[in-house]
Design a protein around this ligand. Structure first.
Ligand code: 5RP
Length: 225
């Protein structure tokens, strides 16, 4: 088992009969979907799942996990996903993918949010390795870029991998990847970004994670909020 499979297996073992489980998006979340499907088939573990993305929904369906539509839910038991950066206080940076809106919605609506990582995701402060992804309403991108500049952020529209178009998220937003020259307080920045008109969502997940599971040297460390 590699680190991602190990941490995914660890999380899947904690899922209990009857739970509504939110499925994250990304390579680590994929390992979790596989581990959960294995328990569903081998042990008869009955769960319902809700997906944060079309990709995860397809994977869950292919593996035979019962899926319910996000529209039918008012809450869920646990949301399980990876992250791009994890600060010591369990603030996260997410959103290298296209599904930030659903990811944060599910993380916030869940009784628990478990984050699956390897030590390479740990940082001393959010924004250390990656820009902050800010999803914007397409027609508002220039105004939001000005608002971000006013608080010290240099924002660039995210382009496709071969730079022949702009990335459009699952929610239909553009993404302003934003770098701040000064060190910032991620909780304050979270609040400020939430208040900028035209911002749909952003990648700082503050006070949302209830546990971080980190695979290290063949075992899984648990950090609980
Ligand atoms: C997508 C995410 C992913 O969870 C994050 O990018 C981690 O992905 P991976 O598990 O492939 O490293 O936030 O928006």
């Amino acid at each position: 088992m590699n680190d991602k499979e190990m941490v995914a297996h660890h999380a899947a073992q904690k899922i209990k009969e009857g739970m509504i489980v939110g499925l994250g998006t990304g390579s680590t979340a994929n390992c979790f979907i596989e581990a959960l499907a294995k328990r569903h088939h081998q042990e008869g573990l009955q769960v319902k799942t809700v997906s944060s993305s079309v990709v995860s929904a397809i994977k869950a369906r292919e593996l035979g996990l019962p899926l319910i539509a996000i529209e039918q839910l008012t809450g869920l038991d646990v949301y399980v996903d990876g992250a791009d950066e994890v600060a010591p206080d369990m603030t996260l940076l997410k959103g290298r993918g296209f599904d930030l809106v659903r990811e944060k919605l599910l993380a916030g609506a869940s009784r628990e949010f478990w984050v699956l990582i390897d030590p390479g995701k740990r940082v001393s402060r959010i924004g250390e390795r990656y820009p902050i992804p800010v999803e914007v309403i397409p027609f508002a991108w220039q105004m939001v870029r000005e608002s971000l500049a006013a608080i010290g952020g240099k924002a660039e529209l995210r382009q496709t991998a071969n730079k022949d178009g702009l990335v459009v998220t699952a929610h239909g937003s553009l993404v302003l990847d934003t770098v701040f020259a000064e060190t910032f307080d991620s909780h304050k920045l979270d609040t400020v970004l939430n208040g900028i008109p035209g911002v749909v969502e952003h990648g700082i997940f503050s006070h949302l994670a209830s546990a971080v599971f980190c695979a290290k040297d063949g075992r899984v460390e648990e950090q609980i909020a």
